[in-house]
Write a protein that binds this ligand. Sequence first.
Ligand code: F6P
Length: 735
Amino acid sequence: MSKTTRLAIALVLGLGLLTWAAWALVHRTTQGWFEKDVRLRADLAVRGARRSLVAHWTNPSELSDVLAEITRDERIMAAAACSDTFETLARTRDYPAVFSCRQVGDLRRESRGGTHDLPGGEVHVSALPLEVDGSRLGFVVLVHDLSFLNRREATMQRFLIGAFALLAMSASALTFLATRWAFRRWSDELRSELGSQAPTRPEFRPLIGDVRALVERVVSERDAELDAGEWNPQRLKQTLQRHLHGERIIVVANREPYIHERARDGSVRVVNPASGLVTALEPVMRACSGVWVAHGSGSADRETVDVHDRVRVPPGEESYAIRRVWLSEAEEHGYYYGFANEGLWPLCHIAHTRPVFRAGDFEQYSAANRKFVDAVVSEVDSDDPIVLVQDYHLALAPKLIRERLPKATVLTFWHVPWPNAERFGICPWRKELLEGLLGSSIVGFHTQAHCNNFFDSVDRYLEARIDRELSAVVRGGHRTFVRPYPISVEWPVHWLAGLPPVARCRQNVSERFGLKGDALIGVGVDRLDYTKGVEERLLAVERLLELHPEHRGRFTFIQVAAPSRTLIERYRQLNDAVVALAQRINQRFGADGYRPVVLLHEHHQPPQVFELYRAADVVYVSSLHDGMNLVAKEFAAAREDEGGVLVLSQFTGAAQEMPEALLVNPYDVEQAATALGVALHMSIEEQRQRMRALRRHIAEFNVYRWAGRMLVDAARLRRRQRVRLAFDSTTDEAA
Ligand code: F6P
């Protein structure tokens, strides 16, 4: 028998015993009351008839009449007169024979009366003495009908039980209502304490602590879940559904993913810009849908939008919208070319180009940031949207968004390195930039080192509290988390679907550039930017040919150098320097139609770029400083054959994740040239082993995981807004 069954049986027995005891008590009490009542009645009856009884005591027939008169009382059934020696003198007609005067004498000796059962119901017999002047004449015996007593008792018991039941029911209902009300009040108070920045009720503190621990546990379980398994567009979509209830995402970036350009023949063509930001975010938007707010920079952009300045993309498989922001020429000059690319870009990259800061440029930068934010605000469909702010062009936007949409979740990702505090201090608007970024809920960088530099800058130039344990900055009651999210590429790359196998790509490239069948192909793909180390790369190629004469006539380095920011003097200088260098190398080592360096001075669409990656024996990424560099990751993603070697600058964020590449210092031309030589002589088996490891890493840490982690962190923040960190909040405010 189970413990519960035993308990239930004991409960039922106990209740039964209690009811029986209550019943017996009620019965005894009512019996006592009624017997007293009967005795009193008998006394009254005999006393009332006393005179007649005495007068006719010796006359049996007269005495019978007096007795009959007494029994007119409906409760007195019968009566008899007994002599002092208990002889029957007279009695009424239906007097029960069982109560003869002699038996009454016996009863009398024991007591004045008693209750007796007669067939047909209970009776009570009272024998009352009749005295005249102190001498007793005899006894008058009265037989009372007690059946009414039973009826009365039953009625009374029914009433009592009813009253008890009503009382019990009312008490239960009252208790139930009171408990519900108290519980509701308690939970309302708890909820408001959980949501409040500064809880006032100390009794809730242990509970808030428990809730917080529970949330932490759920979060760490979720983190473990996030780390496991493969990430793809479906999983990202499901993550968005599950953690953010499928909310629409708004990306705001300077660069748009599809640019509409009017070609010379008058047709409109769609250009995919050369931008790491676009490479990473475009597949994410295809998976999540939403709106991408960006500068409409294409010559046919205005013609291709609807009345709301929107155009649906990707062309032919529309799944999200670009919302274009129009900038005047002056704005574009001051904001994009000026403050962003002559100021912040060289400030953030250690590439020895002096940053230029002009007050007019900063004004345009601020105005442009406001314009982008206006567009974001007009695109949101709730008061707490999720906005992904991208890069150094929009450092002021997070604060502006926060001012207009205080409940928004703003995730800012800084695609370039963050300089050390000393260097950052060069910027005359360092405070404004930091304050702008701290409007974000989360600021993301590629590496922990950039996060640390950001903390140091905040520490040095702002009044703020840095919570290193939580990796957050707390300022004016607002907390901004600062986290590393190493960006990546889609996996598998959708552009590969339309490309032929590796051998065919190699053949195509060889034919296009007039290479021999046994040619060795080196590839570089960049915007023509001084941070990319293109000069250093070509110098390494030159040195390789000096060191390895066997490669002369056989090794060709194809450099895609997409024109970039050409209105800036430094970029024009770079262009000239690279062209001159390529010419010099070609003059030194070129012969009979052989050109060691092929400089492709135009923008290439992704399928052309991926064809080059597939054709390459070696890809050299020589950035002098780079937040991540997605060319390195794209190259590995393109090589399903596991062939080809990656030579990678140690100054890229990618170098931390890709140790199987040949890592080099691009400034060390000798070392880089040696690495190129090693790459060109590497056995197929070693190439496979290295490439397999690189591909495994990128497959696992692809861009869907990058976006998934940020969005799940955003979801966690939204939940935490409710379960606010009760214990830190007071100190937060102080900070
Ligand atoms: O890797 C990303 C990035 O370098 C961005 O920081 C930059 O916006 C983009 O690629 C290319 O530059 P632009 O937009 O000026 O062409």
